[in-house]
Design a protein around this ligand. Structure first.
Ligand code: SF4
Length: 320
């Protein structure tokens, strides 16, 4: 959950996720849609799908217990080099170097490792430094301590060096400018797009479609919508989608505005009312369609973008 997501955003979800799926068995038995629903709002939904599949593989191939072996961990869906090392180290006390962004920052500064974070050469040097630092006894605690140090003391900007237990041996601090380690990769420029969404309501319910496929938002429910570079293009595509469902845009009502940022893309959203031209709606291939009440939608597998559209349309209550 913490990949690309802050502790503050994760905490409430983490607690409710563990309430719902307290062990690997319960996670493996759950439908993927239920797992996505518990993940709702956290973004990067591939993580939830991987977790669901990894749990099933652990039950099928490892008797329901996470393997201790790095190679077996890496064979699980969603387990890359870092995740496998972090789980082996933190859960099983295996002496495996796990360098997340926090650990990478600490070690880059302590050893004044030049280069850009994330580059192959820099990563290799960080992993060598991490391996050398791990003790034979309780290496998992050392990994956790390094992670905490990076999160709470060795901050990206203005590190709290006077409080740091490594200050006496920190080459970055000795250089007088620890913040230059590691060099940060340049971010791609922010992109822009327009989303036109159509909200059709009937007897207190709204129509949502289930996105097909395995892409980032696959399996989530969303209002009929279309994305394009301009509003007229998005609106035209939305009109075509609605017509295929037996619906039409209500042009008499001005759209409600909203905005959202996802993966360095700024989305301007126009939320239109849609009218049922003919009922029942036409069948939707590859995904599904369903009418939802606001309270059902509150517990459903939907993205933050969908919640914003629901609120802009007045279908969902405004967040407190
Ligand atoms: S002394 Fe400062 S720069 Fe060095 S590891 Fe500690 S907090 Fe980071």
């Amino acid at each position: 959950m913490l990949q690309q997501t802050t502790v503050a955003a994760v905490l409430p979800r983490y607690v409710s996720f563990l309430d719902r799926f307290p062990d690997i068995d319960s996670l493996a038995r759950a439908k993927e849609e239920s797992v996505l629903a518990e993940w709702s709002g956290l973004g990067y939904y591939a993580r939830a799908r991987h977790l669901s599949r990894a749990a099933r593989q652990v039950v099928r191939e490892h008797g329901g217990e996470l393997p201790r072996d790095i190679a077996a961990l890496r064979a699980l869906p969603g387990f890359g080099e870092y995740t496998a090392a972090a789980v082996a180290s933190l859960a099983w006390d295996v002496r495996a170097p796990a360098a997340d962004a926090n650990v990478t920052r600490v070690l880059s500064r302590v050893h004044a490792i030049p280069g850009t974070a994330g580059s192959r050469a820099h990563r290799q040097r960080v992993l060598v430094a991490a391996t050398e630092l791990l003790p034979l006894a309780r290496p998992g605690d050392a990994t956790a301590a390094l992670m905490d140090l990076g999160q709470a003391i060795c901050l990206p900007r203005r590190p709290l060096c006077p409080r740091c237990p490594l200050r006496a041996e920190c080459a970055g601090l000795a250089s007088g400018d620890p913040e230059r380690y590691p060099r940060r990769p340049s971010k791609p420029p922010m992109g822009r797009a327009t989303v036109a969404a159509g909200v059709v309501r009937r007897e207190g319910r709204a129509l949502l479609l289930r996105r097909a496929g395995r892409a980032s938002l696959g399996g989530l429910w969303e209002f009929p919508s279309a994305q394009a570079e301009t509003l007229p293009a998005a609106k035209e595509d939305l009109g075509l989608l609605l017509r295929s469902l037996g619906l039409m845009l209500d042009d008499a009502t001005p759209p409600a505005p909203a905005d959202h940022t996802i993966m360095r893309r700024r989305l301007e959203i126009a939320v239109f009312r849609a009218l049922p031209a003919e009922l029942p709606i036409a069948p939707v291939t590859g995904g599904g369609a369903r009418w939802w009440t606001p309270s059902e939608l509150d517990r459903a597998a939907v993205s933050t973008l969908t919640r914003k559209i629901g609120r802009a349309a007045g279908f969902l209550p405004v967040a407190q």
